[in-house]
Design a protein around this ligand. Structure first.
Ligand code: 7TS
Length: 415
């Protein structure tokens, strides 16, 4: 049973919400687990775990194939999930929601299908703060099609330099592909304004929202983005499933991504005709349990007040920033004005890996390294950072534990 608050509740009752997440209540190396690696993946509420279990116990069957009872149950659940998710992001139609393996596959799909019509001289515009999954697919496309990858620089604070963006955006730009929220810095980009400016030049926009959805809902119609990509596992759902949202007319115009079962209308050795949206982009047996689990995560999030999450996380971000940066010798990388609670930091000359290892021994889970953003690390002239990434179920006490851990690492390792 979830003990989630009703949307009418003004403040977030974090202690109550934590009860919904069984994985949070365990020890690591004889310390209470302090899970601060949410940008890598989030923990799952009991309702998601129960839903997946129920699917395998009583609904497991392939979708869109059988006439039999179970297949119909599974198909109804799978397509019902599509409707829930479409409505959560305010898509105009469930057919605009394509299920993928995750953000990575969603971006690869667009790069491969939308990019198939690119010609030499066309440009793809991304930013310095992109995750590798919003860099490499475009680089591969540019190599294939003879196009040019343009990169918007970021400031010392870790914000997009807007004038540079305006300078780089042109009629040659075939797509703007940027993250809504940076996984390594926590920066929230001025996405709405960027979309408006891109559209003024007729440039379509892909938003990598992998790090946005865990912190609040998104409205694709209000944003007017052309594509939106996100991963279930970063928003309290299961791994192995993600979403590509695309405007219907754009998706209709794209060639298929992968060939196989379910994406066809008819097949003969002379030729194949393709299925309609969304099935045209979902070749093969999909991750049925994953999709149904993602729906359960969305339903869970719908029960928690987004306004309460957002004001609690703003306080958490403030508190974590102040607490960690006040430790002598600690430098926070990424000090944008608009941030989610993601703290990338360096402690004196201690290698982030060593710092992470000591924190781990204290039960505190952080990620260390380049966070799949090597060009961004290069921009800051560092090999990597230690990163504490928080979710709404993290507490002020856990921030204090992190600060104590950093002090301990300092006393053990700093010369
Ligand atoms: N885009 C962003 C902004 C991300 O943070 C990630 C994963 C991805 C794309 C790729 O998502 P996937 O679900 O397809 O793997 N980011 C991280 C991270 O920060 N630590 O581990 C994975």
């Amino acid at each position: 049973m979830d003990t989630t608050l009703t949307p009418a509740t003004a403040a977030l009752n974090v202690e109550l919400l934590r009860k919904d997440f069984p994985a949070l209540h365990q020890s690591a190396h004889d310390h209470p687990l302090v899970y601060l690696d949410n940008a890598a993946t989030t923990q799952k509420p009991q309702s998601v775990i129960d839903r997946i279990r129920r699917y395998y116990e009583s609904e497991n069957s392939n979708v869109h194939r059988g006439v039999h009872f179970l297949s119909q149950l599974a198909t109804d659940a799978y397509e019902g999930a599509r409707r829930t998710i479409a409505s959560y992001i305010n898509a105009s139609d469930p057919r605009e929601v394509i299920f993928t393996r995750g953000t990575t596959e969603s971006i690869n799909l667009v790069a491969s299908s939308y990019g198939a019509s690119f010609v030499p001289g066309d440009e793809v515009l991304i930013s310095t703060m992109e995750h590798h999954s919003n860099i490499v697919p475009w680089q591969m496309l540019c190599e294939r099609r003879g196009c040019t990858l343009k990169v918007i620089p970021v400031s010392d604070e870790g914000e997009i330099i807007y004038e540079e963006f305006e300078r780089l955006l042109s009629e040659r730009t075939k797509i703007l592909a940027v993250c809504h929220t940076s996984n390594a810095l926590g920066t929230v980009n001025p996405i709405q304004r960027m979309i408006r400016d891109a559209h003024a030049l007729g440039v379509p926009v892909l938003i990598d929202a992998a790090q946005a959805l865990p912190h609040g809902p998104m409205d694709v119609r209000e944003l007017d983005c052309d594509f939106l990509c996100f991963s279930s596992h970063k928003m309290f759902g299961p791994t192995g499933v993600g979403v590509l949202y695309g405007k219907q007319d754009l998706l209709e115009s794209l060639p298929p991504y992968q060939g196989g079962g379910d994406m066809i209308e008819s097949v003969s050795f002379e030729g194949t005709t393709y299925n309609e949206l969304p099935h045209r982009f979902e070749a093969g047996t999909p991750n049925i349990a994953g999709v149904i689990g993602l729906e359960a995560a969305v339903k869970y999030l719908q029960k928690v007040s987004p306004a309460a999450i957002s004001s609690y996380e703003a306080e958490l971000t403030d508190y974590a920033t102040k607490t960690i940066s006040s430790i002598d010798g600690v430098r926070i990388v990424g000090t944008a004005k608009r941030k989610v609670p993601v703290m990338s930091f360096l402690v004196g000359d201690i290698h982030p890996y060593d710092c992470g290892t000591i924190l781990d021994r204290l039960g505190i889970a952080v990620r260390t390294g380049h966070h799949c953003t090597q060009p961004l690390m290069h921009r800051f002239g560092i090999p990597g950072t230690a990163r504490a990434s928080l979710a709404f179920y993290n507490t002020f006490g856990e921030v204090d534990a992190l600060a104590d851990g950093i002090r301990k690492a300092k006393s053990m390792l700093m010369r």
